[in-house]
Design a protein around this ligand. Structure first.
Ligand SMILES: Nc1ncnc2c1ncn2[C@@H]1O[C@H](COP(=O)(O)OP(=O)(O)O)[C@@H](O)[C@H]1O
Ligand SMILES: [Mg+2]
Length: 361
């Protein structure tokens, strides 16, 4: 059984400081939903508000349609997994998994049966009698998930649960977590500062900055159609060209940038004279000449061969370089350092947004 989670104008303040500012969203039952944002943007605060460890200063949290005001953490249909798993090292794997059931006075036979079922679910069949200390990092991670699932929550809350693992394991666990979520079918609310995790696992993502939800969409939309400069610059690599809108027509806009007039889509309906930023992703830039408003010239600062791709760094207007990523079989001749290079892109791969706060990098 899963349950949806609604945040209805939720604000959380610590003294005068606003950690979460007027968050409204509707997480569906059975959804894998992620909050993505840099450290300190308010992700954990949201999770603590959903789990009941923290009361919102204003607004309402509803789980399964029910207002959670005044309902304590242990009375909510949620379970929380922290970064530092907090498993009991001297207990067996099965005892760890069944711990919450023991606390609730469930009998030994039922506990063992439930633990065995969950071991099956997390692909650790028959390993219930091992000590937790005998498990690898990834296995411990899965045991922590099984332990949280044992009490049959309708919503599982995960606070950066993979951040303590090494890179390879972290990537493997993404697939694993997603598979477990699909098997149990309950709502997962996952918070992370790692865009790769959010993009690969989630049905939808809320991108946050300074306590504000900037955009809620699926991964593809967040990447292809970011709504704000923050989302455009925080999720994936992006090249930003700042300037003033000089022309608008047919859903597109032309921006006067230090590299001349450059065009892109205009989803926010900016008008001539508006301050704007044109974003073009490195993989959308191609070496060679294109249309007049989708092509520009700059000097090659450096070239980095990475095997499956090559990054060509061009001199930008400010301190930051423009990155052009050329795929292994991109066909183009890679220019050399110091050369002047012309690059171009499809107008549909340029995105013009109103000037605004960017992600710090
Ligand atoms: N109990 C608290 N008292 C005061 N400030 C807090 C408290 N908890 C969190 N904050 C502040 O709220 C902001 C958001 O914190 P948090 O939700 O933990 O961010 P994240 O999980 O995105 O890294 C931070 O600036 C943090 O310092
Ligand atoms: Mg946090």
């Amino acid at each position: 059984m899963s349950a949806g989670v609604e945040l209805d104008h939720v604000t959380v303040k610590f003294g005068n400081f606003t950690a979460v500012n007027d968050a409204t969203l509707d997480i569906k039952g059975g959804e894998f939903f992620s909050f993505l944002g840099p450290s300190g943007c308010g992700k954990t605060t949201i999770l603590r508000t959903v789990s009941g460890f923290l009361d919102p200063t204003a607004g309402q949290v509803r789980i399964g349609g029910q207002d959670m005001q005044g309902i304590g953490p242990n009375k909510r249909p949620t379970a929380l997994i922290f970064q530092n798993l907090a498993l009991f090292p001297l207990m067996t794997v099965a005892e760890n998994i069944a711990y919450g059931l023991r606390v609730r006075g469930i009998d030994r036979t039922t506990r063992r049966r439930k633990a065995d079922e969950l071991l099956d679910l997390i692909a650790l069949k028959g390993q219930g009698d091992k000590l937790v200390s005998e498990l690898s990092g990834g296995q411990k991670q899965r045991v922590a998930i099984a332990r949280a699932l044992a009490v049959e929550p309708k919503v599982l809350l995960l606070d950066e649960p993979l951040s303590a693992l090494d890179l390879k394991l972290r990537q493997h666990m993404r697939t694993e977590l997603r598979a477990i979520q699909q098997r149990v079918g309950i709502t997962f609310i996952y918070i992370t500062h790692d865009q790769g995790e959010a993009l690969t696992m989630s049905d939808r993502i809320a991108v946050m900055s300074d306590g504000v939800i900037e955009q809620v969409a699926d991964g593809k939309q967040v990447y292809d159609l970011p709504q704000t400069p923050f989302v455009a610059s925080f999720v994936g690599e992006n090249n930003a060209f700042t300037g003033t809108v000089s022309k608008v027509a047919n859903g597109a806009a032309v921006v006067d940038t230090p590299f001349g007039a450059l065009a892109g889509l205009n989803p926010k309906a900016l008008k001539v004279g508006d301050k704007a930023i044109l974003f073009v992703r490195p993989e959308s830039l191609k070496i060679g000449k294109g249309g007049s408003a989708t092509s520009f010239v700059s000097t090659v600062e450096s070239v980095a061969f990475e095997g499956n791709m090559t990054h060509v760094f061009l001199k930008g207007a400010s301190k930051k370089d423009i990155t052009v990523t050329v795929g292994r079989h991109g066909g183009a001749k890679i220019p050399a350092q110091g050369e002047k290079s012309t690059v171009h892109y499809d107008e549909a791969h340029g995105l013009v947004l109103p000037e605004g706060k960017m992600a710090r990098d």
